[in-house]
Design a protein. Sequence first.
Length: 198
Amino acid sequence: GLEQPDGGVITVFGRTASEGRVGYVPQHTAGALFPWLDGLQNIAFGNECSEGDAIDIAEEFGIGKYAHAFPHQLSGGLKQLFAIARSVLSAPDVFLLDEPFSALDYQNRLLVEERLLALREQGATAVIVSHDIESTVLLCDRIAVLGSKPTRVRALLPIRLGERRGVETRFAPEFNSVSKQVFRALTGLAGSEVNAVA
């Protein structure tokens, strides 16, 4: 990670967090990028990579032309893409993604979904907190619907769309059926102040 724990040990799949890398993308990208580093330097920060690797991932996410812009010069969506690109470049065993699509326009959302689906096929694990039913159904094997006061799992829904998925999976009848289940779980809890789907 970018910071060391003050105490204790964090393990991922039986290895310390530094051995089993964890990629984290926070909801608010203001704290995710260092203001004194440009986009490319932010991607490379914390990653053992060449400048060429950082440039390649920037191009893959369509942000290469902003590589030398500083965070204050970027929109919220571009900041989000830089934070996601840095996380993907670190090749973690586990991704922790907090509202990864909240600042993205639809085209960039599809781009990120495709990249995350490719990582899923390679065996990467992700924990995603999101209010976006469509993206969550597409990317996840299980969805936990969370309620508030106190926050707890209100429904746990298995997603059975098969291993091979693409952004066009959202047009499959099974996708609509699963999305409807999630929607009903959320609306059934509307009076319980639903927090998110994860």
